[in-house]
Write a protein that binds this ligand. Sequence first.
Ligand SMILES: [Fe+2]
Ligand SMILES: [Fe+2]
Length: 251
Amino acid sequence: MIYERYFKLTESDRWELETDVPWQEIDAGMACGQPDVLEKLRSAALIESYAPMFALKSLSLWWESVEESAIASIQFFEEYKHYYALKRYLDRVGMGIPEREVIEVRQRNFGTPYGDRARHLANYMISEHFTAHFYKRLLEQAKEPVLRVLLNFLVRDEFRHANVFYSLLERRLELEPATREAIVEETLRFRHQGAEVVGEAIPIAQKNDFQTILSLWKKVEHLTGVSLREYRKELMRVSTGAVQSSAGIPV
Ligand SMILES: [Fe+2]
Ligand SMILES: [Fe+2]
């Protein structure tokens, strides 16, 4: 069972919000010296605050799979924990997030359901991949020591999330080989799930992060056995160049 393995890993990897982050030592002056980092952190926090909505909408697709819905139970706990920790940090440095704003982003897409199940699973894995690398890049930039402690925990969690969704996709492919195409197409037309929350204001820690994109492509090629470059060439050939990769990889 993927759940059993993941549950054990999550338990052994868990960090304590109250005791593992030295909240009393936050250097607000130093943090405010990097307003760009704080702005990105604030957008990331809003995306994390959306966890109950991701739960509500995702489970309407995953409820039929005991494995997928079980993983979701851990997933949403941890994402909201991320929001709560980031919110606490932002409160302490004077950039709090009012409850009104959390509700506003939920209202925006409340009635829009998710479509294809395999695509959604793939989108989740890819979003987690980019989120892990986003926090990793932010960690490279952040100077304030307490934020660095917190970001280290987030990076570790997000890579674990990306890995478990990879395992779920492997399992889905075993059960339904026909989902291969949906996974490949989702990769080529990818839009981060955070865009549902903050739209074009989705935070980017490093522009044109080709290393992160290439590592994703390798992952998906390993998972599906499909060459994304060749697949995209073929797509472009049949649609006379109308299809563009959101990942921005040059052919
Ligand atoms: Fe998160
Ligand atoms: Fe995550």
